[in-house]
Structure formats: C-alpha cells, structure tokens
Design a protein around this ligand. Structure first.
Ligand SMILES: Nc1ncnc2c1ncn2[C@@H]1O[C@H](COP(=O)(O)OP(=O)(O)OP(=O)(O)O)[C@@H](O)[C@H]1O
Length: 281
C-alpha cells in the first residue's frame, strides 16, 4: 500500500474587509470553503499564499495574541470538556484567558442571564442537550470579552426556541460590545435576522459581497403566479417585470377553471439557490 496525495484548492483569491462592529453572513454551499476561511482567520490554518490580518495581526504568526481577541464557536464541535460540568469548563476557559476573578464572576452572571445557563451549570457537558451545549459554547467563546466572534453554523440542529436564544445572544453581544461577528450558516433565517451584509462563496471564490436587499433586487428570479386548477392540476407562470398580474390572471382564467391561486415572491432562499445553480453550471 502507498499513500497518494492530491492537492485541493479550498479557498482561492478570496478578499474582503470587515469593519469593526459589523455582523457579516459568510455563506456558501457544502464544501465552498467557509470553515477553511474561519480556520485561517483564527490561525489554525496557514494559507499557501495571500495575507490575512485581524485587528492588525496575522493570525497564524501571532496565534495566541490573536486567540485572545477572538471567540470561536464551531457548531459541529465543542470546545468544552466532555467530562467536566459546564461551570468547570467555563472556569477553565477563564483561567486559560487570564480573566481576573471579579471580571469572571460578572461575565459569568451576564452569560447565565443571557443564555439561561443556570439550570445546567453543574451538568457534565456530555449530558447536555445540543441546544444547552451550544449555549455553553457561546458562553465559553464570549467569557473573556473578545472584540471578534466567529460562529461556524451556531444554530445547526437546534430547535426553534434554541435558535431564537442563540440569535438574541448574537444581537445583544453585537449591540452591547460592538462585537464584530462573522457568521457562517446554512440557515437563511439566521442571516435575515442578523446580517445586513453577506459574502457568498462557492468553490473557494467570492460570488457576491454586499447588502442582502441589493442581492435580492439584483438577482431575484421573476415573481410566479401559481394556479390550482379544478382538475387538481397546478400550473405556474412567470410574471415578467412590468407585466400586469390581473391581465395574466384574466388570460389564465379564460382558458381554465381556477380553484385557487397565489403569487410567489422571490425570497433570499430562491435568490441564493439561483446563484448556486448558476455557479455550478
Ligand atoms: N484538511 C483537509 N484536507 C483536504 N481537503 C480539505 C480539508 N479541509 C477541507 N477540505 C476541502 O476543502 C474544501 C472546502 O472545505 P470547507 O470545510 O472549508 O467547506 P465549507 O464551506 O465549510 O463546507 P460545509 O458547509 O460543508 O461545512 C472542501 O472541498 C473540502 O473537502
């Protein structure tokens, strides 16, 4: 048996700048290069070329100083200690980051109030539900008040209430401390609730960087008239820009017996689906 190595370009010529205090959605289909970017931003990975600066530091050269100024949550993994009660994991994080005792107490209180941790602080991490564990991870990432927070799929697998709690925490953290947030997620409701700007990547390249509203305006597919006919058939008609909807309905009604109809407005999901589809072509 021999080992063979293939080279794969995970992130290719991606450039962006994020001002302090912004919440940016970093989106892309599976394998687009999002986690790789976050790993470079945290200093875990060193790129083969190019430059990354976070708060004036090159993350992989100055990894421990960079680590103090960033909080990271990887939704698919936990940075907590499985066998320890949550509170002990948080104490360990406080000690690792040299958080002074008085500050730690205040910070922990704030996290407990914001994230509702009190009920399970003494539970070993391995026994926490996914939503509880995620709240614990968010607390661990923000205990030492980093000015930057990277969230890699922080709501994956969470129920609607837990998702809401995580979103409220992000909004509050950003507002209270002007924390800069880079959020990668496949949940577009997260993006709509939290971000005004998104960076969309695929195959390691930036496809779009700008406001969500501008994206929907620029790429929106046409609105669609969906008609349910008497014989249980459903037909859809694209509504061309400037076309008269009553006229279209009149034409369809003249030729068919309509049971029900609705108009589908393009939403962020349909826009992003279309951009991914075009990039795969
Ligand atoms: N350690 C590695 N060795 C080889 N290839 C890798 C490694 N890490 C990532 N890749 C590849 O790089 C590409 C980008 O991966 P990355 O994990 O950054 O994607 P992603 O956008 O975070 O995807 P997902 O949404 O599925 O988490 C993928 O093709 C992946 O297979």
């Amino acid at each position: 048996m021999t080992r063979r190595y293939d080279e794969r370009v995970a992130v290719d010529d991606v450039s962006f700048e994020i001002p302090e205090g912004e919440v940016v959605g970093y989106l892309g289909p599976n394998g687009a290069g999002k986690s790789t970017t976050v790993k470079m931003l945290t200093g875990i990975l060193t790129p083969t070329s190019g430059l990354v600066e976070v708060g004036g530091r090159v993350p992989w050269r100055d990894r421990s100083a960079n680590a103090r100024s960033v909080g990271v949550v990887f939704g698919q993994r936990s940075q907590l200690w499985w066998d320890l009660p949550l509170i002990e994991s948080l104490r360990l994080v406080g000690a690792l980051y040299d958080v002074p005792a008085a500050h730690f107490t205040g910070s922990l209180r704030r996290m407990c109030d914001l994230l509702g941790l009190d009920d399970f602080l003494d539970t070993p991490v391995r026994q926490l539900s996914l939503g509880q564990r995620m709240r614990g991870d968010l607390a661990a990432a923000m205990l030492y008040d980093p000015p930057i927070l990277y969230l890699d799929e922080p709501t994956v697998g969470l129920d609607v209430l837990a998702k809401q709690a995580v979103r409220e925490f992000i909004v509050d953290t950003n507002r209270a401390g002007r924390t800069t947030v880079v959020l990668t997620t496949h949940d577009l409701a997260d993006v709509e609730a939290l971000c005004r700007r998104i960076i969309l990547i695929d195959k390691g390249r930036v496809l779009y960087d700008g406001g969500i509203d501008a994206l929907v305006t620029a790429y929106a597919p046409p609105r669609r008239l969906v008609v349910h006919l008497a014989d249980d058939e459903t037909r859809t008609f694209d509504i061309a820009g400037g076309a008269s909807v009553p006229e279209l309905i009149g034409r369809v009604a003249a030729e068919n017996t309509i049971r029900d109809l609705s108009i589908e407005e393009p939403d962020l999901e349909s826009v992003i689906k279309q951009i991914y589809a075009e990039s795969t072509r």
